[in-house]
Each structure stands twice: as C-alpha cells, then as structure tokens.
Design a protein around this ligand. Structure first.
Ligand code: FMN
Ligand code: SF4
Ligand code: SF4
Length: 349
C-alpha cells in the first residue's frame, strides 16, 4: 500500500502525531510519502507550490533547534527531487492549480492539521482549494489535533471535507487527538504527558483501520456547517491581529521566528521587525521564541511559550483543573475502553 500525506503543524503537536502514524505505517510495510503544506506557500499566490521539488519524509533533517517542528525546511528539505513524484503548477488563466500528477500511484491520501477555532487553519483550506479537480475517487483520511476534546471540534473538517470531495478525495476515516494547548493557557506537563501517552497508544490501531479499509467517522453536531462558518472569522481576525505583533528588547536577533514562519510574514531589517498581513495565528514564532519576547497583539494574555516536555512533573500545580473536566474524562476513558476491548479480543483469539 502507498499513502500520500499532507500536513500542517504550527507548533509541533500535529507533527508528533504524524510521526507516530508514519512509524506505524512503515512497520506495517505501507510506503508513506509526507509533504509539508508550508512548502507550498508563496506569499503572492498564498498556497501555491513554492518549488517543483517534493518533501520526502526520509529526507527530513532535524531543524536547528530540536523543539522547533520541521519548519526550517524550505531550503533544506526541498533539495531532493524524486522521479515521478513531482508536483507541477499548471497555468489555468489567472489561477494556479497544484496537480497531483501521480495521485493514482497512491492508495489513500491523508491530511493532518491542528484545529484553529473549530476549523482547519486558513492555509490548509487555501491549499485544499488549489488541488486540481479530478473525476477519479480516492479514499481520504483526516487527522486533527486540538487542546480540548469538545465534540464541537469535529466540525473543523466540514469545510475541508467538502473542498476535497469536489477534488475526488472522499473522506473515509477521521481521527482527533487531544494535544496540549499552544494558546489560551499552558497545560501542565502531567496533562500533556497523559494526552500524548493516550494518543500514542491508540494511533497504531487507528492506522490498522486505515490499512484494513475499515471506515471511521466522527459525529458532527447539528448546524455544524453554519457554526464552523461563523468561527472562521478567526481567519480574518488572525490576519488583523498578526499585524499587531511586537518584539520586545529581550530579542537576541537569532532570526528563528523569521526563518520558520509558514507564511513568511515576519521580516527583520536593521534589527527592526515587521509583521505582515498573512498571519495564520499558528503561534510558531511566539511559542518557540527562546527569549519569549514576541507579543501576540490582542491575545497576549493567552500566549503559551516554550515546548512541553511530555514527561510527568508531580510538582506542578494544576490551575485549570475544572476546565472541560468532563470532556477530558470522557476522551481518556473512551480510549482506555477501546484499548481494553482490543486487548480482550486478542486474548480470546
Ligand atoms: C489560533 C488557534 C486556535 C485554536 N483553536 C482551537 C479550538 O478551536 N479547539 C481546540 O481544542 N484547540 C484549539 N487550538 C489549540 C490547538 O489546536 C492545539 O494546541 C494543537 O494541538 C496545536 O497543534 P500544532 O502544534 O500542530 O500547531 C487553537 C490553537 C490556535 C493557535
Ligand atoms: S523574536 Fe525571538 S525568535 Fe525572533 S529573533 Fe528575537 S529572539 Fe529570535
Ligand atoms: S507571524 Fe507567527 S503566528 Fe503568524 S503565521 Fe507567522 S509564525 Fe505563525
């Protein structure tokens, strides 16, 4: 089996989940090609392919700082062009389409992204719209991460699902994993650890479902389409707020934020920073800044800085212990119950 995966990850959570999927697919003998949506971004044409080369998973190189997810990659990762796996820009009037010339070589297509305001991030929607329409049908699986497990998060795939359906990619499997917040507040290390351990334990079985062709869908709440449409105001608000970002005097001019921004929205000239109008509110710059010196406009009080250790820390005080308490409990026990029943089934065989 051959699988093609597109992903976007602002601050690394979705990338961690993706890595686990790829690890398991590989163990199962599934050939997996992974492409980073960052590499398709062109500031003039937004999500058009930046270069003609592809981002093959095996060629990933660790970025300069281990906690930055694989984003400093446009130059590094695009060096390799794999024969027959090239994507071309096709001129069709004013628009450019990304043509997946060899999509027929793949058995399934995957899309991974973090949930932003109960939606897919703006660049993921832009990217999906640029894929060429095709008549042949291909099975699609969607994998999402988000900070809380509210069922409202399920509606985040409605828009992207309908865009991709028109392009011949038909949703068959959908998965959602809780990963720690990169905005609003910092989860404790214990909670981050628990989230990651849960996701890690169930992902191999979710991979097996995809391989076996067993469908899995998430339930959407009533009026989900309309709610998702309303929440997409975040895409506009992100652009507006992004222009209000500021860098304070603690900056050491390491340039990491400039290099890693997925929309090339940050420029530094003579030591002065400029934030443009293409912010996705992905938090990559402020989350990873080693001096925590980027102010994120109107959302400064919601800023989370520094990667999670994903290891337990008993000394940490839980300050948000009642936040979505029932939803988290339900989420963790659902995974536990599923693992128990898989265990019980394998014991009786
Ligand atoms: C702008 C923005 C909006 C977010 N909206 C939601 C949301 O609606 N629901 C949720 O549970 N988490 C939300 N989150 C949290 C992220 O989805 C979560 O931390 C995710 O795992 C981040 O993945 P990444 O590290 O791959 O970017 C939001 C994060 C950002 C930056
Ligand atoms: S703002 Fe932070 S990441 Fe950007 S150059 Fe300054 S210290 Fe580096
Ligand atoms: S400016 Fe920061 S938050 Fe906005 S898109 Fe770039 S890295 Fe993401």
């Amino acid at each position: 089996m051959k699988v093609l995966i597109y992903y976007f990850s602002g601050t690394g959570n979705t990338k961690m989940v993706l890595d686990r999927f790829v690890q398991h697919f590989t163990e199962r003998g599934v050939q997996t090609v992974v492409k980073n949506i960052d590499d398709y971004y062109d500031s003039k044409n937004e999500c058009n392919k930046k270069t003609e080369s592809i981002n093959n998973y095996e060629n990933h190189i660790d970025s300069e700082n281990e906690y930055i997810n694989q984003t400093d990659n446009i130059d590094k990762y695009n060096k390799q062009i794999v024969d027959g796996d090239e994507i071309k820009k096709i001129d069709s009037g004013d628009e450019y389409n990304i043509q997946l010339e060899n999509i027929d070589e793949y058995d399934k297509v995957g899309l991974f992204y973090p949930i932003h305001a109960f939606n897919a991030p703006a660049n993921v929607l832009q990217f999906a719209k640029k894929l060429q329409k095709r008549k042949d049908k291909k099975p699609l699986f969607i994998v999402k991460t988000s900070g809380e497990p509210l069922a409202l998060n399920n509606i985040s795939s409605l828009k992207v699902k309908s865009i991709l359906r028109k392009r011949g990619l038909i949703l068959e499997n959908e998965y959602h994993y809780c990963m720690p917040y990169n905005i609003i507040f910092r989860h404790t290390d214990n909670m981050a650890y628990k989230m990651w351990e849960s996701a890690k334990s169930i992902i191999p079985y979710d991979c097996d479902e995809i391989i076996a062709g067993e469908k899995r869908k998430l339930k959407y709440i009533p009026c989900g389409r309309m709610l998702a449409w309303i929440f997409r105001i975040e895409h506009w608000a992100g652009r507006f707020n992004g222009k209000k970002y500021k860098v304070n005097e603690n900056c050491i001019k390491c340039g990491m934020c400039v290099r890693n921004c997925p929309t090339h929205n940050i420029t530094m000239e003579n030591g002065n920073f400029k934030f443009g109008k293409n912010c996705l509110m992905c938090m990559r710059c402020s989350f990873n800044c080693p001096k925590n010196c980027i102010k994120i406009g109107l959302f400064e009080n919601w800023k989370v800085n520094g990667r999670y250790s994903f290891t337990p820390n008993k000394n940490q005080v839980e300050t948000h212990k009642n936040y979505c308490k029932r939803s988290y409990k339900k989420y963790f026990s659902k995974i536990e119950n599923r693992l128990n029943s898989i265990d019980a089934k394998s014991n009786t065989q």
